[in-house]
Design a protein. Structure first.
Length: 200
C-alpha cells in the first residue's frame, strides 16, 4: 500500500495524536504494519519496522497495557511519560516527511508535538480524576477504550483519511473540554484536601 499526500498528512497527525495516548502501541503497530508489508512506510519511519525496535516497542506495549489498568499506577506512568510522549509524537510525525520534504517535516513535527501534548494532557487529567473514584472499573473501562481507539484511528488515517480528520477534530474538541473541566476539578480537589489537612 503506497501512501498519497492526504494519507501521509493523516498518518503524521495520527502518529502525533495517538502518541499522547499509547506511544508504544503506536510505535509497535506502525512498525509491524511496515514489517508485514501492509503499508509502505516512509523512509523516515523504516526504523520502526526493524526487528530490534519491534521487540523493544512490543515489550513496552505490554508494560504500558498493564500499568494503564491499575489506579494511580496509570497516573504515575503518565507523569513519567510527559517528557517522552510529546517529543516522540513530534519525532514520529517528522519521520513521515523527514529527509524528503524539509518544510513539510517541520510542519508535521509541530503538528505532531501539539497533538501529542493535547492528547496526553486530556488522558492524564481524565485518569487522575477517575482515580479519585474508589471503584476500579471506570479506570479499566477507559483504558480499554483507549486500547481500541488508537489502532482504529491509525487504521482510519491510512484507509479513510477524511473520516480520520473528522474523528480527530471531534476528539480534539472533546479533549480540550475535558482538559479545562477536569483540571478545574482536580485543582478544587487539591485545595479542599489542603484545607482539610491544615492544622486548625
Amino acid at each position: 500500500m503506497d501512501l498519497d499526500t492526504t494519507q501521509l498528512i493523516a498518518l503524521a497527525a495520527a502518529l502525533g495524536w495517538a502518541s499522547g495516548l499509547r506511544l508504544y502501541a503506536v510505535v509497535f503497530l506502525t512498525g509491524l504494519a511496515g514489517w508485514l508489508g501492509w503499508v509502505q512506510l516512509p523512509s523516515g519511519l523504516h526504523v520502526l519496522q526493524a526487528p530490534a525496535m519491534l521487540w523493544a516497542s512490543g515489550g513496552l506495549l505490554v508494560v504500558e497495557f498493564l500499568a494503564d489498568k491499575v489506579p494511580w499506577v496509570d497516573s504515575a506512568w503518565d507523569m513519567v511519560h510527559t517528557v517522552i510522549r510529546i517529543p516522540a509524537g513530534a519525532a514520529l510525525a517528522y519521520g513521515v516527511f523527514g529527509g524528503d520534504e524539509a518544510t513539510w517535516a517541520a510542519v508535521a513535527a509541530l503538528l505532531g508535538g501539539s497533538l501529542a501534548a493535547t492528547a496526553h494532557a486530556a488522558k492524564a487529567a481524565t485518569r487522575a480524576a477517575v482515580n479519585t473514584v474508589p471503584e476500579p472499573f471506570s479506570n479499566i473501562g477507559l483504558s480499554l477504550l483507549g486500547d481500541a481507539f488508537v489502532p482504529a484511528m491509525l487504521w482510519l488515517s491510512l484507509n479513510q483519511p477524511v473520516l480520520f480528520f473528522a474523528g480527530l477534530a471531534l476528539s480534539l474538541v472533546v479533549m480540550v473540554v475535558l482538559i479545562v473541566l477536569l483540571w478545574r476539578f482536580l485543582r478544587g480537589l487539591g485545595q479542599r484536601l489542603r484545607r482539610h489537612w491544615q492544622p486548625a
